[in-house]
Design a protein around this ligand. Sequence first.
Ligand code: HEM
Length: 171
Amino acid sequence: MENANKTCTNTATPDELTGMKAALHNPLDGNRAARHKHDQDVFHTLLHYHDQIRREVAETADGISTITTSDNPEVVRLLHDHVPAMHRRLHENFGLRYWDPAFPEIFAQRQKVHMDVTLIPNGVLVEETGTDANVVKLIQAHGMIVSLFVKKGFEQAQQQSPLPDDYQRIT
Ligand code: HEM
């Protein structure tokens, strides 16, 4: 894991600034800055180990069905941490990656997104669905964004994520 930490920069990244902003906006929950730091360490390490992660996404009529696995138990542990943590953040509207429109969008649409997470011994199964056709497009775009993170790691995470041209933004 040491190498993964070395990839982090010394100056505040947009996500770190977001974490600070989130903590400031929620003075009653001083724990949020620490949670954000933890979540960020986890997804940075997942990005570092992206080539040890396998992922399959099936698009369904109302969303996606995904399976994300690894043979490396440490990566499985990180997946078991990351996915429920992101599910919880969506529920709480504890956003992140504000500079990348696909992320503010999924948080803004959270009440129309249903996510079922199942932890399995080598990874996670996720069903993400919506009843609104526009939100289904967003859910499917997010499925593809996670797949791009798995395929390209940090190279992808530094870029803005693709959203379909016909998706109607609400942020
Ligand atoms: C290789 C790196 C990563 C892996 C393997 C990964 C894995 C996952 C998985 C399995 C899900 C559940 C939804 C699905 O299966 O499509 C998910 C959701 C999520 N992840 Fe990650 N993730 C990674 C990187 C990131 C990064 C870099 C961020 C943010 C900076 C992030 C933020 C989120 C958020 C907000 C959700 C919940 C909303 C959504 O479905 O997009 N993930 N991630």
